[in-house]
Ligand binder design. Structure first.
Ligand code: NAD
Length: 263
């Protein structure tokens, strides 16, 4: 299937590795030119080189911390200078710290709001005017299965990602007639460095191997295995495509069946 996004400009946040990198790779394979952002310059540039080498797409690496408003403005300016206005925006960031309600101070809540909610708001605000001018745009937020089924010990993530989903759903209504779609994707348990690190630290706490921790998690997943970043990226590429023009305001999990609700 031709996804119809050749030569579109995509901006993928938090993309030096993991889910963001896989999304950038999938969009580049479909012929989009891609700007990727993350805080550390060296790994980001390596990733850009890897994606460009694998796909032949134009890929630019723009160091930016998406929890900082000024960085986001600079990121957009640099993307437009290098590749032109943003047609496809993939909002992503690192996860907020774990913990329960009684662990969290105002600073924890406000810092996580900057990272998870305000980053998506600010990026979207900067992308929208150009999309409206061209009457074409795709905005995709990487959230988590937790927006459908909250995960214990992740009060900040559960709460702020739900706000992203609600913002996106409300915005999708406002811009649907202008050729702009807004959707959320919800990873379940997908093998990235973040998961490797979490498993390793749990393994040390429990005095078992990290493979043992992985096996325990699988008991909850009907597919019986952990997901691969490319499996989330495939949905992102489709939602970014011309073919998905009539899909907006959705929130779709990629989780091997782990979420047990009906909708
Ligand atoms: P990862 O650690 O493999 O990659 C995170 C990426 O984000 C890296 O490129 C890192 O440099 C970048 N990043 C982090 N903070 C940033 C910031 N402030 N500004 C710019 N870039 C930043 O993690 P991942 O597994 O790819 O997770 C991506 C997001 O998806 C996270 O918010 C995570 O909580 C969420 N998530 C992941 C899973 C999963 O199973 N992997 C499940 C649900 C939700």
């Amino acid at each position: 299937m031709d996804l119809g996004i050749r030569n579109k400009t995509a901006l993928v946040a938090a993309a030096s590795k993991g889910l963001g990198k896989a999304a950038a790779m999938a969009l580049a394979r479909e012929g989009a030119n891609v700007a990727i952002a993350a805080r550390g310059e060296e790994l980001l540039q390596q990733t850009a080189n890897e994606i460009a080498g694998a796909t032949g797409a134009r890929v630019v690496a723009i160091p930016a911390d998406v929890s900082v408003a000024a960085d986001i403005e600079r990121l957009f300016g640099a993307t437009i200078d290098a590749l032109g206005p943003v047609d496809i925006l993939v909002n992503n960031a690192g996860g907020p710290p774990p913990g329960v309600f009684t662990d969290m101070s105002d600073e924890d809540w406000l810092g996580s709001a900057e990272l998870t909610l305000m980053s998506a708001i600010r990026m979207t605000r900067l992308a929208l005017p150009g999309m409206r001018e061209r009457q074409w745009g795709r905005i995709i937020n990487i959230t988590s299965m937790s927006v459908k089924q909250p995960i214990p010990n992740l009060i900040l993530s559960n709460s702020l990602r739900s706000a992203v989903v609600s913002m996106a759903k409300t915005l999708s209504d406002q811009v649907a007639a202008e050729g702009i779609t807004v959707n959320n994707v919800c990873p379940g348990y997908i093998l990235t460095d973040r998961i490797r690190q979490l498993n390793q630290s749990q393994a040390e706490t429990d005095g078992v191997s990290s493979d043992e921790i992985l096996q325990r998690s699988l008991s909850d997943i009907p597919a019986g295995r952990i997901g691969q970043p490319e499996e989330l990226a495939a949905l992102i590429a489709f939602l970014a495509s011309e073919r998905a023009a009539y899909i907006t305001g959705t929130t779709t999990q990629v989780d091997g069946g782990r979420y047990r609700g009906l909708f």
